[in-house]
Structures are given as structure tokens and as C-alpha cells.
Write a protein that binds this ligand. Structure first.
Ligand code: HSE
Length: 409
């Protein structure tokens, strides 16, 4: 018999409990061992559930119970989660988590403890919700050196942007809908300001490139500045706006990592990833591009990934799964301004003629552009160039207001 405990009974935790309890027979058959949820840790009362007897408010019950060999952490946040997970691993219990903040900030340390204690620390659900991505990355793509990872990593922002694009819905209404559907974080600022996607690109980059990438090393920008006008202009260029996370390996062994709203050509596959769906393209030196697609948030998709990890732990209770990266260091993540890129530029000036004249002399009249003299707005996509050169040119425009977004063609 394998006994588990679930720490947290929120959106994901309740999904995990439901699957583990309702599908106990099927799961036990697959892992060839009976599995039982013994405790559910939560400070709130849940008296009307068929499994109410399993609730405890006392972490001591879990950590001091030698029967418990697998603990699921789905509380979120770092403070308590870090303390409890560290204690569980140190006590020789395997841990499964969906907590991207925890893994992105403390992953290297927790993996090290798991290795020393010969237990598992698995976190498939921390990236891409229900999409299998971490396991394929370390197992199926193991023969590759990974060059680049590019993806839509946050379901809430993709849902919001999609609502703005397709239904012309304003930002706040779309965010409220995402909250109602259980996609958003408890504090949705983590979604809309890009921190959630940042944590996920940290985990992907750490696994792919072998060293811990910390959130503060990633240049991160959310979607709060994206307006319906930007969405409209992007559409006129046959593009859509997506929050894109990207990490690349450079020739000197360092890496770049960014999260930012990006103007994506409709010819690019990522432009078709709508609603709460996520998609991640991994470029390996042997495979070329491989794409992973599925629901990136929500109760059951995320719970599905958590339970699969629990089952994997149960099947490997005495044999650790290899999932590892080393500590990072200052300067490991660096700016890459050497690639040839195109930028999307929105410029506005009270002196529209002066803006157009400066644009014509700096960029040349043949750049693809939209002139909206009614609003004194000029929007264009630059030709290919180095980022610093393009930004210097943009700064020379005779404009009162400028907004720049990266592009993906
Ligand atoms: N808030 C997250 C998202 C949940 O919207 O992607 C899944 O990690």
C-alpha cells in the first residue's frame, strides 16, 4: 500500500484529490500497488465532501507519519511550501508539486536534497498545465542539445489576449472571466505582469541547459500595456499579439531568457494557439523543432499532470527518476542583441508631419507602415536589424510617445 498526502485543497488540489480518490482502482491497477490519500492539509473547513475525514490543519500529521511516502504540494507561494517541501524531502518522502514559483526559485536546492535522500521531486504540472513537456524534454529528447525554447506559457494572458482579439473584449472583463474559470493565479498580477510565464521559462531553461535560471535574471514584461488599438494594428499587419517566453543557448555557453508581449505573424504556428491553450516549441540539434500543445491552466488539466507524477513516484519508490540541474551564477543569463530582429513600433506625435518626416528620413518611406493622421499615430514594423541599432533609430523619431514590441515571423 502507498499512502499519500495532499497539501492544499484549492483549484488544483481539489482536482488531485478527486482523481486520486475517484480513480483509485484504475490508478492502483496501473501502478500495481494500492494507493490511498491519507491526509489533505488545508486551513479551511471542508465538511461536506465525501472525503471530509481526510482533512487536517496540522502539517505535523504528515511529516511525522512514516506511512506517507509521497506528498503532493499544491498550496502555491514559496514561504510555507518551501519549508514543508524541504522537510518532506529531508524526511525521505517523495514530493510532487505544481508550484512553479517554488521550483523556479528553489529548484536546484530541492533537487539536490531529493538526490541525497534518494527520493523523487517531480513537477511536471509546474509548466504547461496538462501538457506533458518536462518528461519528454528530459527523456524523449535526451539525445539532443537543446538550442532554443519558445512558447506561450501562460493560459490566463493568452485567454485575455484572445478575448481582446476575437471578441473585442476589454482587458478587465477578459481578466475577470479568466478568474471565474479558475485559470488565473490567486494574485493575477503574476499572470498579467509576466511573472508566471517567467517562472515557467526558468524551469524549462534550467532543465534544458543544465543550470538554474532565476526569475530575476529574466527580462520580463507583461501584457498590461497592450491595448485594443495595438491588437487592431497588429491585425492589419496580419499578426496577433501573444505573451511569448523564450530561452536560447548562445555560442559561449551562456543563455538568454525573456518574457514579453510579442507581435506574432499569422504564418507562425504560435499565432493559432488560442484561449487557455499553451504551446511550446523546443528546438533540438537532432530533432529540429518539436511542438507541445494543450491546456495550460485549469483544475483538471493541471491535476492530471500532478497525478501522473504521483503515479510515476509510486512506480519508482525505490529508484529515483533522474531530473537534475546545477546551481546558476551571476552573468549566466545575458542579453542577446546580436540576432537580426524586426520590431513593431507605435509612435504618436502632436506634430504629425514632423513625425512622418523623421520616419521617412530614418527608416525610409518603403517600410511597411500604417499612418493614422486622425489620431496622429504612426505604426510600423522595421526591417531586420540589430536590436540596439533599431532602438537608436526609433529614439531619433520626432515622437511624443513610442511603444515598441518584439516580433516573431
Ligand atoms: N495562472 C496560470 C496560467 C495557471 O494562467 O497559466 C497555470 O500555471
Amino acid at each position: 500500500m502507498i499512502y499519500t498526502a495532499i497539501m492544499g485543497h484549492g483549484t488544483v488540489g481539489s482536482g488531485v484529490a478527486e482523481i486520486l480518490i475517484n480513480k483509485r482502482k484504475m490508478i492502483s491497477k496501473q501502478i500495481q500497488n494500492d494507493i490511498e490519500v491519507k491526509y489533505i492539509l488545508d486551513l479551511r473547513d471542508f465538511n461536506n465532501l465525501p472525503y471530509s475525514d481526510k482533512f487536517t490543519k496540522d502539517f505535523g500529521m504528515i511529516i511525522n507519519d512514516p506511512d506517507i511516502s509521497i506528498v503532493v504540494e499544491v498550496m502555491g507561494g514559496v514561504t510555507f511550501a518551501y519549508d514543508y517541501v524541504k522537510q518532506c524531502l529531508t524526511a525521505g518522502k517523495s514530493v510532487v508539486t505544481s508550484n512553479k514559483e517554488l521550483v523556479a526559485e528553489k529548484g536546484a536546492e530541492l533537487i539536490k536534497i531529493a538526490k541525497e535522500k534518494n527520493v523523487n521531486f517531480l513537477f511536471e504540472a509546474s509548466v504547461g498545465g496538462g501538457i506533458p513537456i518536462l518528461r519528454p524534454l528530459v527523456q524523449c529528447l535526451a539525445a539532443n542539445s537543446i538550442n532554443e525554447i519558445t512558447g506561450i506559457l501562460n493560459g490566463t494572458t493568452n485567454f485575455i489576449l484572445n478575448k481582446m482579439i476575437v471578441d473585442n473584449m476589454d482587458f478587465d472583463s477578459a481578466l475577470n472571466l479568466a478568474k471565474e474559470k479558475g485559470f488565473a493565479e490567486r494574485n493575477p498580477a503574476a499572470d498579467i505582469e509576466g511573472h508566471d510565464a517567467c517562472r515557467k521559462i526558468c524551469i524549462l531553461a534550467s532543465l534544458s541547459f543544465g543550470r538554474h535560471v532565476y526569475p530575476e535574471q529574466v527580462k520580463t514584461e507583461g501584457i498590461t500595456q497592450v491595448t485594443l488599438d495595438d491588437v487592431d494594428y497588429a491585425d492589419k499587419f496580419n499578426c496577433v499579439i501573444k505573451l511569448i517566453g523564450q530561452a536560447k543557448r548562445l555560442k559561449d555557453g551562456k543563455i538568454t531568457a525573456t518574457v514579453r508581449p510579442t507581435v506574432v505573424s499569422r504564418e507562425c504556428m504560435l499565432s493559432n494557439v488560442d484561449g487557455v491553450f499553451n504551446a511550446i516549441t523546443v528546438n533540438g540539434d537532432a530533432t529540429g523543432d518539436v511542438m507541445f500543445y494543450g491546456k495550460g491552466a485549469g483544475k483538471m488539466p493541471t491535476a492530471s499532470a500532478v497525478v501522473a507524477d504521483v503515479m510515476d513516484c509510486a512506480k519508482h519508490i525505490d529508484a529515483r527518476k533522474y531530473l537534475f540541474w546545477e546551481d546558476g551564477y551571476d552573468g549566466y543569463v545575458t542579453d542577446n542583441t546580436e540576432d537580426d530582429i524586426k520590431l513593431y513600433v507605435y509612435a504618436k506625435s502632436n506634430d504629425f508631419d514632423a513625425l512622418i518626416n523623421s520616419f521617412n528620413s530614418i527608416f525610409g518611406a518603403d517600410t511597411v507602415n500604417i499612418k493614422n493622421s486622425y489620431n496622429n499615430e504612426l505604426v510600423f514594423i522595421t526591417g531586420f536589424g540589430k536590436e540596439n541599432d533599431l532602438i537608436n533609430k526609433i529614439n531619433s523619431l520626432n515622437a511624443d510617445e513610442v511603444k515598441i514590441m518584439h516580433t516573431l515571423f
